[in-house]
Structures are given as structure tokens and as C-alpha cells.
Design a protein around this ligand. Structure first.
Ligand SMILES: [Zn+2]
Length: 473
């Protein structure tokens, strides 16, 4: 009997032990480490992320975690893009539980690309941009990435592309506008109005036909109209190509003009004087040079000799051409200052030509008012003294405008002379400056046309007629 009871007790114990072991192993196989935010979290860079951690769960039941502390290893930085690995470990009744979470800190904000233009204009002919394109690129992650902008230029557009370190790309386009193609054009060789002395020849100078960009178009230009050089009158010559856009020239056949031209050149000799001399030579026209010693430290002095030897007249302009108040060389400081500068220049002229000159031109002309700031009445006094000494000064009555402030083109100089010479006085003294390249380039066409118009040319001299401005100081 006793034995039986003992056996039952022992049997129960074994049963309970087995049950306990079985229960524990069931529990162990059902326990789970559970990541509250899941195994993968995506976080936009620069935003905050607070990890909600991991909990133990048995089925649906949460296990008090105080007893089973979950160890977290691994860090993430939400201010820096990348994939971060975080490990969660806990031991539960001898069972090791492990979970991994990936925190992906991403940046999907594309850079901001700013352009000052949506459309840019190019010159049709030169293909040069008419506006400057300015751009900046800013990125939420990289900051200023303007230097990373890639510019791709095509025929009709420019593409600006920028990519940040997280491979977000922004692209913008600027359209190129070439405008409309400029139309073909005619231009006359020579003046649009030419004068021919009756019974002289009319020389047809022709015209050029170019596209809007100035490239010559090889098509025959049909010239119509005729000039009867034996009959006084106004004639029209027409130039056309394929009946397209015509241009005309007026030819006036007239009597030989009753006028003497005095071409005068101030301020040289200088770098362009040789070219002026060559143009005058070509038409065998003589002029008057009012010379200085202001360029090249005297290295152009030999041109004074050349001017003289070719039959041109040489007069004094000034040695230094300085008339700035306060400058020790100021020629308008006093009569003596003027005469001393004058004599020094006349010495150079004598060296080059063999004799002193009797003619001169005041810097700024005798009508200048700039000398007022140096000495009141000085021009009047100089003119008196110089006349007493037997010198004769000359002004001008037609200016070529070649010394006006700002850039004067050769074309402008040509037109200034040719359009006004008819209205100039009988003794027409024209003012030029031979050191200027625009002037040097204008002289040949001017002389050619004036010769063609039948004018007579003379040089100035102390015995000839004078042209004087009104002295204002
Ligand atoms: Zn001058």
C-alpha cells in the first residue's frame, strides 16, 4: 500500500516536471522581440526621429521589460544621409533574442536652381549673347552648389543641370532667341550724292550687295540710269538685284565750283601722318600742316621735312600743346610763355625745312575761351604781338569734327566734310587732325570726291587770304 502511494507521488512529480519543462519550452518558442517602429525606418534628413525601441511579446501579451532589459547597439544621425544599423538584444530564460533595424536617413529634396533669364537673345550675325545669364544653385543638404552646375549649350537652348550629393537633380532650360534674320542690303561705294563738273567724266563706283550680316552676295547688280555729263542737271542711277530692293544715287552735273579748298592738319606729326601724306600724294593735293612736337618724344619730326618737301605748307601749332592752368608748360600763361613755346617749335621747323615759318594756328583756335582760366586777355595780346612780329594766324571755317569728344568714325568725318563743303566760304579752310587714325582713313575718300567735284586746292601762306574766328579772350 505504502509503496503504491509513493509511486503515485513520484509519478505526479515527474508529470509536473515534464509539464513545467514543456510549458517553458512552449513559452520560449513563442516569445518574440518586437520592434515598435518596425525593421526599417525612413527618415528625411534634418528631421527628428525618436526610436520607440523594442518590447518582448508572448503572443499578444507584452512582457514587463524591466526584468528583461533590451540592449541597443548602433547609432544613427538624422543630420547625415545614410543607412544606419541598430541591433536589439535581450536574453529571455536563456534564449537570446536579436533584432536588427535599419534607419535610412534620406534626402529627396532636389537642389534649387535659379536663373535670371528664361530666354536669351543672340545676335543673329555674330552669334554673341546680348545678355549675360546668371545662375545660382542651392541645396538643402549641400548648401551652395553653383560650381557644380553643368552647362550644356545647344543650337536653340542652354541646359543647366545640377545634382546634389544625394543624387537629386534639377534641370532648367534657357531658350535661345536669334531674332529675325536681317534683310539683305545694298550699299553704295562712294557718296549717295556725287557732283561732276560738266564735260568731265562720271566714274561709276558701283554698289555692294550683302546679306544682313554683311557677307557679300555674289549676284550681279543691275545698274540703270545714265548721266549726260555734257548737260547740266540731276541724274539718278538705280542699283538692283533680281528686281529686289533698289538703291539710288544722285549725280549732279554742274559747273566747276568757284571755291578754294585749304586742307589743314593740326597736332601732328604723329603715327598716322604718313597715311595722310600718302592720300594727298595720290591725288597730288597740297595741304597745310600746323605742327607740334607732342608725340613720340620728337621721333616724328622727320615728317615735317617730308611735308615740306612734298610741297605742303608748314606752320606752327605749338611745341607742347599744353594749355592747362597751373602746368609750367602752359602756353596761355602769358604772352612770353606763348612766344617761347612758339619759338621752340619754329626752331624744329627750321631744322627740318631750312627756314622759319610765318604762319601759325592757336591751339584751340583764336576764338578759344579755355585760355581765360590761365590769363584774361592773353589771346588778344598774343595776336597783337605776333602780328607785330610779322606772323599770321589762321582759324578754319569748316570742321571735319574729327576732334569732337567721343569716338568719331571715318564715315562721320567724310560726311561732315562732303555734306557741308558746298556751303563753305569761297576760301574754305577745313580743320583735320592728322595724328588720328579715323582721320587718316577718311582723307582719301574725301580728297577723291573733292577732286572729282572740281574744287581747287591751295596751301595757306602769310600772303594769302586769312580765315579768322572772333577772339573771345
Ligand atoms: Zn590742336
Amino acid at each position: 500500500m505504502k509503496k503504491k502511494v509513493l509511486f503515485i507521488i513520484l509519478g505526479s512529480c515527474i508529470f509536473l516536471l515534464i509539464s513545467a519543462i514543456t510549458t517553458l519550452s512552449i513559452i520560449r518558442s513563442h516569445i518574440k522581440l518586437y520592434l515598435v517602429d518596425g525593421n526599417r525606418v525612413n527618415v528625411q534628413v534634418f528631421t527628428e526621429y525618436k526610436d520607440n525601441g523594442a518590447i518582448l511579446k508572448l503572443g499578444k501579451k507584452k512582457i514587463n521589460s524591466k526584468k528583461y532589459k533590451v540592449k541597443v547597439t548602433g547609432k544613427y544621425d538624422t543630420n547625415k544621409t545614410g543607412m544606419y544599423k541598430v541591433d536589439y538584444d535581450v536574453k529571455y530564460h536563456g534564449k537570446e533574442l536579436h533584432e536588427v533595424k535599419i534607419v535610412s536617413v534620406y534626402d529627396d529634396i532636389a537642389p534649387e536652381l535659379t536663373l535670371n533669364l528664361e530666354k536669351v537673345s543672340k545676335d543673329y550675325c555674330t552669334k554673341k549673347y546680348k545678355q549675360e545669364i546668371k545662375y545660382t544653385a542651392k541645396d538643402n543638404y549641400d548648401g551652395d552648389i553653383t560650381d557644380k552646375v553643368v552647362v550644356k549649350e545647344e543650337e536653340d537652348k542652354i541646359t543647366y543641370t545640377v545634382t546634389d550629393t544625394n543624387k537629386n537633380t534639377t534641370s532648367k532650360e534657357v531658350q535661345i532667341d536669334y531674332g529675325t534674320k536681317p534683310s539683305n542690303k545694298f550699299s553704295l561705294k562712294g557718296q549717295s550724292k556725287v557732283y561732276v563738273v560738266v564735260n568731265n567724266d562720271y566714274n561709276e563706283q558701283g554698289a555692294t550687295y550683302t546679306d544682313g550680316c554683311g557677307n557679300k552676295i555674289n549676284k550681279e547688280i543691275k545698274i540703270s540710269g545714265s548721266v549726260d555729263t555734257k548737260t547740266l542737271g540731276t541724274y539718278t542711277i538705280t542699283y538692283e538685284v533680281d528686281g529686289e530692293k533698289a538703291i539710288t544715287r544722285t549725280v549732279v552735273v554742274r559747273e566747276k565750283p568757284h571755291k578754294i579748298i585749304y586742307l589743314t592738319f593740326d597736332d601732328g606729326p604723329g603715327a598716322n601722318t604718313k597715311k595722310v601724306l600718302a592720300a594727298l600724294d595720290k591725288y597730288n593735293v597740297k595741304a597745310t600742316f600746323f605742327v607740334t612736337n607732342q608725340f613720340g618724344g620728337g621721333k616724328y619730326q622727320y615728317l615735317i621735312k617730308e611735308e615740306h618737301d612734298k610741297g605742303h605748307a608748314v606752320g606752327v601749332h605749338t611745341l607742347t600743346h599744353v594749355y592747362k592752368n597751373g602746368d609750367p608748360r602752359n602756353i596761355y600763361a602769358s604772352v612770353d610763355a606763348y612766344i617761347s613755346d612758339f619759338n621752340a617749335m619754329n626752331e624744329i621747323i627750321k631744322e627740318q625745312t631750312g627756314s622759319y615759318t610765318k604762319i601759325f594756328r592757336f591751339p584751340g583756335g583764336s576764338g578759344n575761351t579755355v585760355s581765360k582760366s590761365s590769363s584774361i586777355g592773353v589771346v588778344t595780346a598774343i595776336a597783337e604781338e605776333m602780328t607785330k612780329r610779322g606772323y599770321v594766324y589762321f582759324d578754319w571755317n569748316l570742321s571735319s569734327g574729327d576732334a569732337s569728344s567721343g569716338k568719331v568714325t571715318s564715315e562721320k568725318i567724310i560726311n561732315n566734310v562732303l555734306n557741308h563743303v558746298d556751303n563753305c566760304a569761297y576760301n574754305c579752310v577745313i580743320l583735320f587732325h592728322d595724328y588720328k587714325s579715323q582721320t587718316a582713313n577718311a582723307i582719301e575718300p574725301i580728297v577723291k570726291e573733292l577732286v572729282n567735284r572740281g574744287y581747287e586746292f591751295k596751301t595757306l601762306s602769310e600772303d594769302g587770304p586769312t580765315v579768322h574766328a572772333k577772339i573771345k579772350n
